[in-house]
Write a protein that binds this ligand. Structure first.
Ligand code: DOR
Ligand code: ZN
Ligand code: ZN
Length: 426
């Protein structure tokens, strides 16, 4: 007897309904006919996707929990259809020592509703060997904060201790950013100046540097939030030359350009900034991109009210991306397979997350049920995240997540959140 049987599930728009048998948190069977189970749930022909995986979130726990914590962040994840998240290390203290890493695992195990992994930061290089043994999702480097020597030393050390580790890069050249910021600050405080203070060329330069280091050390790298056409071209070119490099785009860099800085001010302020129409990427580039990561980077509304130079960069993204993409599915601009590739399969493969990202026998029963016809207007006041703002505010969307399940347990049903004990995925 199974624990749960989901009947009348559609795994794709044009496929026949199937029944998913779930036992001990795993998908045990995918069959035409229902199997006997303690609980049977009729999904009435709704689409079931693998639970989404966000490889790039900032849950701010510990140290910045007035912005977000593991409970509210993972509730936002569940609300948005995510069942696994990889958290970034720029907390207080930063997650860059074995001690802070172990502490953050404990926080996640106590507070997270969804499964999670942790990226580690690069601080004192002497910690790298032990950190690599603790199975971080990656070593995360903010290139805008490191000089070239330190960056090279970090690549060398990480590659030496474990050449299978992945290095994820925030690619902006620090020197160019500082130089242009100084110039633009003199121009006033018009929000659009922020985009010019961190110009496309700062990202392109950092992408080139990252690629040459990856080549030199035969090191696997992943570029976070790629925001310009030229960076993506460089990455594609490197991939074609056999360099082990992958790309990620955020929902805001995919759907918005720098005009939105004028419209939404600091609510659209992020690093890297939104790009002008010439440089920015859009849906046409999706086939060349490996992952959509939300870069869920919550701040308080109060902090966002500062002027453009002082307000912190970052927008919350977990609760909007699936609806934004399903709207495009309804408009026939993309397919459900694109969502699966960018938010389930590639995240699982690139970050080596076991048993996740696919609906097939033996995988974790992580799923999101979507209603392709359900419509709403994006309203940040309804977010589970503590960050109640969004550059997508007021947008009409068609297609929404209506149920999220982590290892066979319902964590979200029609927007309501239910308790669960998230696990460390590695
Ligand atoms: O916009 C951003 N916000 N970019 C980053 O690289 C950091 C992030 C944050 O932590 O707020
Ligand atoms: Zn970043
Ligand atoms: Zn980030």
């Amino acid at each position: 007897m199974l624990d749960l049987c989901l009947v009348n599930c559609k795994l794709n728009t044009d496929s026949k309904e199937v029944c998913l048998g779930i036992e001990d948190g795993k998908i045990l069977s995918i069959k035409k006919l229902p199997s006997k189970a303690d609980v049977t749930l009729d999904l009435q022909g709704k689409i079931v996707l693998p639970g989404l995986i966000d490889v790039h979130v900032h849950f701010r726990d510990p140290g910045l929990t007035h912005k977000e914590d593991f409970r509210t962040g993972s509730s936002a994840a569940a609300a948005g259809g995510f069942t696994t998240v990889l958290d970034m290390p720029n907390t207080i203290p930063p997650t860059d020592t074995p001690l802070t890493f172990r502490e953050k695992i404990k926080i996640g195990q106590k507070k997270s509703l969804v499964d999670f992994g942790l990226h580690v930061g690069v601080g004192d290089l002497s910690h790298i060997e032990e950190l690599a043994r603790l199975k971080p999702a990656s070593f995360k480097i903010f290139m805008d904060l490191l000089d070239h020597t330190t960056l090279t030393d970090a690549f060398s050390k990480i590659n030496e201790v474990n050449s299978d580790c992945i290095i994820t890069l925030h690619a902006e050249d620090g020197q160019l950013v500082r130089q242009f910021t100084e110039i633009m600050k003199k121009e006033g405080s018009d929000p659009e100046l922020y985009a010019k203070a961190r110009p496309a060329q700062a990202e392109i330069k950092a992408v080139e540097d990252g690629i040459s280091l990856a080549k030199k050390y035969k090191q696997k790298i992943h570029f976070c939030h790629v925001s310009t056409k030229e960076s993506l071209k460089q990455i594609k070119h490197a991939q074609n030359r056999g360099i082990d490099v992958t790309s990620e785009i955020t929902p805001h860099h995919l759907f918005l350009d720098s005009i939105y800085l004028k419209k939404f001010g600091n609510h659209a302020k992020t690093n890297p900034p939104l790009r002008d129409r010439m440089n920015h990427l859009n849906l046409n580039y999706l086939p060349e991109i490996d992952i959509i990561g939300t870069d869920h980077a919550p701040h308080t509304l109060e902090e966002k009210e500062e002027n453009i130079w002082n307000a912190p960069p970052g927008v919350p993204g977990l609760e909007t991306i699936l609806s934004l993409l399903l709207t495009k599915v309804n408009q026939k601009k993309i397919g459900l397979n694109d969502i699966k590739r960018l938010l389930c399969e590639n995240p699982s493969k690139i970050f080596s997350i076991p048993h996740k990202g696919f609906i097939s026998e033996g995988m974790d029963a992580d799923m999101v049920v979507v209603d392709l016809k359900k419509e709403c207007v994006i309203d940040p006041d309804t977010f589970k995240s503590k960050a109640k703002y969004s550059p997508f505010k007021g947008l009409n969307v068609r297609g929404m997540p209506v149920m999220t399940m982590v290892r066979g347990k319902i964590v979200m049903d029609q927007g309501n959140i239910f308790k669960n004990k998230g696990q460390f995925v590695y």
